[in-house]
Design a protein around this ligand. Sequence first.
Ligand SMILES: Cc1ncc(COP(=O)(O)O)c(C=O)c1O
Length: 470
Amino acid sequence: MPEYLYHQLERQLRQKISSGQFACFSKLPSVRELCRDSKLSKSTVLAAYARLEADGLIEAKAKSGYYVCQHQDPEKPQLSTPATSSPQSLPMLITRTQLILDIMQRGAAFDLLSNSAPQPHNQQLRKALSRALRNQSSDQQLYYDQPQGDKKLRLQLANCINQGGGHLSAADLIITSGCQHSLLLALMATTEPGDLVAIESPGFYGALQLLEALGRKVLEIPSSATDGISPDALQLATEHWDIKALLISPNFATPTGSCMPQDNKRRVLALAQQKNFAIIEDDIYAELHFSLQRPRSLYSYDQSGCVLLCSSLAKTLSRDLRLGWIAAGKYHDKILGLKVATCMANSISQQQGVALFIGEGGLDKHLKLRRQQLHSQKQQLQSLISQYLPMAKSASQPQGGVVLWLELQENINSLELYRRARAQGLTITPGSIFSAQDTYQNFLRLSFAHCWTPQRIEAIKTLAKLIEDY
Ligand SMILES: Cc1ncc(COP(=O)(O)O)c(C=O)c1O
């Protein structure tokens, strides 16, 4: 089979990096230079760079170009990826609320040091929001927004979502008060109290909280830290249990950062159609990809209406906006009624402000920068782990999102570590909250959502010391 041009170029670049011809931290030729010198098209060069970037060999810096990343120190062991999980295949009820409340009071543990160095405001967003508020007519304050949400915002969001595949229209979307709200509505629409909901394991603790609050049972399905839920394990589970819904994050799941390969997405979708269960797709991290294109959603493949796509602007733009959405397929009308029942309406002016911001290209611009920041912060965290936490057993290698999953020695109970870290002013996320079972005790979720200031690097060193002393 002939080798694709971008493969050829990737191979040559790889060789130059490994031989040291392109030194660590050095700038690589610009895309234009490489096109000119190698007589290749821009898309070929970009594809080769994207593959090297996905493997962590190079990184793109905003308005500057591509750079060679720090090579792994051969003296230090390279961490393997955590093994595929093997939770008990038994339906369970859940009790995790108290600990999760404590973590939420400390900023949801996306920062080891809460509020240590605030990020600058997005001025364009601020201006768009205040413009919308200034333009608000006086009678607007006397009315609730229409149940489905602001049409202009839905139009803008539909355009953004379709860039990742599919052909959703503004009419398919319902605005919600965040992704957690969307997940709540989706669970209420597709299941009854006592019903069984399958989730990936480890899985998002917010989903476990919802299942607990709604009195649904949970079945945890083995999942890989690279590829997400196992379609084989899911198929086996459907042969034993009457699963009513599957709640998953196919793209950059928390806590592992796993991303399902396309074939697995198709298999899971086919299974849902065959066994007649709903898929609640949490798509909140999909836009935070480190390669050229966002991975496709399960929703974009679905023709049957069994997938409910849930997402929000919390991870991409602002947690404070409390704006999310749901594309609910055949459950659309039911969800509309449940939205009004659970929150009545969303703020009209805020939706208008965000629609203005997206329409002016603000979100695209912001995302380009954010992806580059996150990619580089992830690589720095990986370096910090090999430098200060060499005792760790394995770590996931996410290609997007804001977190990675770290496995420590078996004797370490991360819940106890949480208490000890808390006493030192640090917030970590213990592994056990990502399951309804007593598993993942020796795991931690670490976030790279914030830049690695000297204070945060000190916090990693303190954490390392706590682990060493354990
Ligand atoms: C996977 C996942 N889904 C949903 C949410 C909640 O999102 P929102 O803040 O939009 O309600 C979070 C927040 O941490 C999350 O990690």
